[in-house]
Design a protein around this ligand. Structure first.
Ligand SMILES: [Zn+2]
Length: 327
């Protein structure tokens, strides 16, 4: 009896997930000549449910969720697909296996992107998508290489439970610099074009994946300060991109975030407590960080620490990574 109840619970959970997925992405099959048999129709729907949600999440949050699938013997010899619209050749589809349909649909969807690749190395995977036909192949290669060079190091140093499966998307419709959410990093095509040497954007953004703090674990300035401190410490070529931590001035605050906070962190590591930033990172991930963390770790509040920093900001040796010197 208990087994039966358990089975029911498990089944109803699965069904709920499936039902939610079905609500999330809906396919309406239009088959005016009635050329699909029941099995083919079910194969097409199955392939849609396998491929389209993945395509949509890689393509972007604005991608259409209601999709029409038209069966006709014009326009395509196999399958043509874009956001919201799939066309299938009625002669080709007859008797096609699920495997074949699935493969062809995936191929048709990925054709919407200017570039698509999957690369694996030593247990790490990167799917790279570019929606920019003019993305410089050297920049593309640098982004991919930097992921495989730096991400495993960050995972090892900070959080070895991080995902090893990451997605990069270069988007022409995205106008900021870059952002990470879940395992996906979105890069602005325009930014990369204007700043082709700023390859350590990958270091900053992949650190956000490693951080994985979830919501309201700590203040944003702290999350961003840590990501830029890590870029300073681990970046592959900060010199090449002319990236540096700005000199201190009295108008600054630790809440200024990014590089200003990162310079303060470098000073703290050298003058107050080595390893402090890694400990704060762990606390944030475990949702154990509070404003008191500073005093319990250093004996001083964050405001006292900043006060000390502001009195002696140049007592810090800064050293930046340089690909040319490294050879
Ligand atoms: Zn950031």
């Amino acid at each position: 009896m208990i087994k039966k109840i358990l089975l029911f619970v498990v089944l109803s959970c699965c069904l709920q997930v499936f039902a939610q997925k079905k609500r999330e992405f809906k396919v309406s099959i239009i088959d005016p000549a009635n050329s699909l048999d029941v099995e083919t129709e079910s194969n097409l729907t199955f392939a849609f449910n396998m491929q389209y949600p993945w395509f949509a999440s890689a393509d972007g949050y604005r991608t259409k969720r209601d999709v029409t699938l038209e069966v006709a013997n014009s326009e395509t010899e196999t399958i043509k697909a874009k956001a919201g619209e799939i066309k299938v050749n009625s002669d080709w589809i007859k008797g096609k296996s699920l495997k074949k349909i699935n493969k062809e649909l995936k191929g048709a969807l990925t054709k919407n992107w200017s570039f698509y690749s999957t690369k694996k190395h030593k247990g790490y995977k990167l799917i790279f998508i570019s929606k920019d036909p003019n993305l410089d192949p050297t920049v593309r290669k640098n982004l991919i290489d930097t992921y495989f060079e730096i991400y495993p190091i960050l995972v090892k140093a900070f959080n070895n439970k991080s995902t090893k499966d990451v997605l990069f998307v270069v988007d022409t419709a995205y106008n900021a610099v870059a952002e990470a959410s879940g395992n996906r990093i979105l890069f602005s095509a325009g930014y990369l074009k204007a700043h082709p040497t700023d390859i350590d954007v990958v270091t900053h953004e992949t650190m956000h994946i490693v951080q994985g703090y979830g919501y309201s674990a700590g203040p944003v300035w702290l999350t961003e300060g840590i990501a830029d401190y890590v870029r300073y410490q681990y970046g592959v070529d900060n010199v090449g991109s002319k990236w540096s931590l700005p000199a201190f001035n009295q108008k600054q605050s630790y809440q200024n975030s990014y590089r200003i906070t990162a310079r303060f962190f470098a000073w703290l590591e050298q003058n107050v407590k080595p390893g402090l930033i890694a400990t704060l990172d762990q606390q944030l991930r475990a949702h154990q960080y509070t404003a008191q963390s500073w005093s319990s770790l250093t004996g001083k509040s964050i405001d006292q620490l900043w006060e000390e920093y502001s009195k002696n900001p140049d007592q810090v040796k800064l050293k930046y990574s340089n690909k040319l010197v490294k050879g």
